[in-house]
Design a protein around this ligand. Sequence first.
Ligand code: NAD
Length: 364
Amino acid sequence: MQTNFDEYGPERILEVYDPKTKMHGVLVVHNTARGPGKGGIRLVSDITTEEVMGLAQAMTWKNALADIPFGGAKAGIKADPKTVDKIALMRAFARKIRQLVPSVYIAGPDMNTTEKEMAAFADEIGDLKASTGKPSSIGGLPHELGSTGFGVAHSTRVALEHAKMPISGASVALEGFGNVGTFTMKHLEELGAKIVAVSDSKGTAFLASGFQYEKAMETKAKKGTITAYEGAKVLPAAELFTQQVDVLIPGARPNVITAQNVSQIKAKVIIEAANIPMTHEIEQQLAKKGILVVPDFVANAGGVISSYCEHIGTTPSQMFSIVKDKVVANTSLVLSSAKELRTRDAALHIAKQRVRDAMDVRGW
Ligand code: NAD
């Protein structure tokens, strides 16, 4: 196995197998200087230890940048989600790592794991603090509250202020109309922005006069796609990215801004709501063109901040207030400290410094 150990971690790599259920899992705790390692459990057939290591490290930076007292970790269970008993595997995984939970590791949902699996994990450990993303009946703050989209909207507000562009009337193109996309639209509308293009798997809907959130939700519920919005022009999904808008928000899939379309981007500000919508190289090309990019782990931190709120037992309204304060403060800090619009470098530097400070005071 090729390992990437450095001054930050990983602290623990644990591979576990349960012969009875055939559960084969891996837990990587990357760094716990700021608090217990926090990261989701994904259940996919082709997960590798190396992949989990990379994801665990990314969680250390994400949680540190979000400024929540969690370290970074990630877990994977190697199984085909369509054929296995997910709850049985989750309970078997919990039994194998129980000594570490929740002091060293706290679970959360990820690919193919939901609030049901998080409830089973916490129940098996015998401690509701073992996981976040639990059902609201046992103290969870559900995904459906839309903390990520709420944070994305506030991060957009800060980025526009930084670019000296008024949010009132700012035109926005939004990729994806799922959990992140719908709540981003809702809160951007409240802040005065005008959403003129929205895409989903069926294509891009364009409406120069702007979409109305309530009507967009009604269209999605009744017709199953935003492209059925009354009066909207329907374009191919890929044309979302090249619209003449002030703000572009990739909010669905990875690697959507590429060498093929980067030269056609016309937005002045890009907010990465989805994870890894472009490579670091593409971000640097955009920066050179004077386009301000707010990196994913800065803009979409609402979800991890909400999981911290669940962990400490806040109400939904307290959670929204904490998400707003932290996303606004962190976006401002990153944008004001970035040199030549190299925002990801600035964000990583801040996150690493926070982890380093915690390691120093602990004498590590
Ligand atoms: P979701 O499944 O709720 O919604 C995905 C949306 O993408 C759907 O509207 C779907 O129609 C659309 N889509 C699919 N294919 C498309 C295509 N070819 N073109 C345009 N749209 C397409 O997912 P989500 O929870 O909204 O997550 C979206 C992204 O945000 C993912 O990258 C996810 O990792 C990231 N993210 C989500 C959260 C969260 O709390 N939900 C937090 C951080 C990051």
